[in-house]
Design a binder for this molecule. Structure first.
Ligand code: ASP
Length: 325
């Protein structure tokens, strides 16, 4: 039987009300979650590494989780955490996962105190995907609600629905049906592994919007801990004229990455020419995130900075990982 390593970090899947009528809090560890699944066609080596809401997830916990998973030398690795930041966890682990062994991240939308919680089915599916040899070499996968997603594309697109995760516009990689994974697409080649060293400092996301003078960006970027900034820009990578002035001032000394705040579609490169347009920001020296949304751009930029990347490396990596050309 295949051996699967299972690390739990908390989240709704591990939550139940603390007392009658109370809100759900993390209470269940790896053994509890596994205990609800009955007999399985794999051996599972389970460990509770944390019990937190995923809004509190951090790089240090994820690096500890990655190292634990690598040490187990299993055939697959399942990571259980809250869905709120699951897309960031999956992308972060994907950037730095150095092995052919599949990693599958899962969670749940309904805690165990609600009717028809989805945690047990999601965990069972994640173990199935991790144990399947056809999952090897695909990097980090996400499975919820019977879909299998690539870390590169997946995002939480609904706050409460069971069908909360979307890989639009690429679509899911596959599905779990009757305890078997069905892949729709072959795995694209994986980019080189990227692991950071020093994750200290801050890489904030600043969202552009109406009546935006650039004052927020200016004040955020003035904080000494800030190592780079991601702009969740309007449309295809546009900011106000005031924010464009601030970006022009910042780029010589601070990496500025521009993503689209729309939730779908890439930043453009050469369609618009007004002050604050994508082409004007590129001319100033800003880096475009391409198809990566601002959340994933933040994870990539912080990892690059933690790895000591220079400005050219940042530009090259975003071209390679964010654009499809
Ligand atoms: N609602 C969240 C979840 O789905 C809570 C969290 O992310 O920890 O798990």
């Amino acid at each position: 039987m295949p051996l699967i390593a299972l690390a739990t970090l908390g989240g709704t899947i591990s939550m139940a009300p603390a007392d009658a009528g109370g809100g759900a809090v993390p209470r269940l560890g790896a053994a509890d979650l596994l205990g609800g699944l009955g007999d399985l066609p794999m051996d599972v080596l389970a460990e509770t590494l944390a019990g937190i809401g995923s809004a509190s997830m951090d790089f240090a916990t994820l690096m500890r989780c990655r190292d634990w998973g690598l040490r187990q030398d299993a055939d697959g690795f399942v990571v259980v955490q809250g869905t709120d930041t699951l897309e960031e966890t999956a992308y972060f682990l994907d950037l730095g996962w150095p092995s052919e062994i599949p990693v599958v991240v899962t969670g749940a939308m309904r805690n165990s105190g609600l009717f028809s919680p989805d945690g047990p089915a999601n965990l069972r599916n994640a173990l199935t995907v991790a144990a399947d040899p056809r999952s090897r070499g695909r990097g980090v996968l996400v499975t919820l609600n019977d879909d299998v997603h690539a870390a590169r594309w997946v995002r939480k697109a609904h706050s409460s629905h069971l069908d909360a995760f979307s890989s639009a516009p690429a679509g899911p990689l596959g599905m779990v049906v009757e305890n078997a994974v069905h892949y729709f697409h072959p795995s694209p080649p994986r980019p080189p592994v990227l692991t950071g060293g020093d994750f200290g400092g801050l890489v904030p996301v600043v969202e552009a919007g109406l009546d935006d003078s650039g004052a927020v960006l200016s004040s955020v970027a003035a904080q000494p801990e800030v190592r780079g900034v991601v702009i969740a820009a309007t449309g295809a990578g546009h900011v106000s004229s005031g924010t464009a002035d601030v970006i022009a001032r910042l780029v010589p000394s601070l990496p500025v990455v521009v993503a689209s705040r729309t939730g779908a579609g890439p930043t453009l490169r050469s369609t618009y020419g007004f002050h604050g347009s994508e082409s004007s920001l590129i001319a100033m020296g800003a880096t475009m995130a391409g198809w990566l949304d601002a959340r994933k751009a933040r994870i990539l930029l912080h990892t690059l900075l933690a790895a000591g990347a220079a400005r050219d490396d940042i530009e090259r990596e975003f071209r390679a990982r964010g654009d499809l050309d």
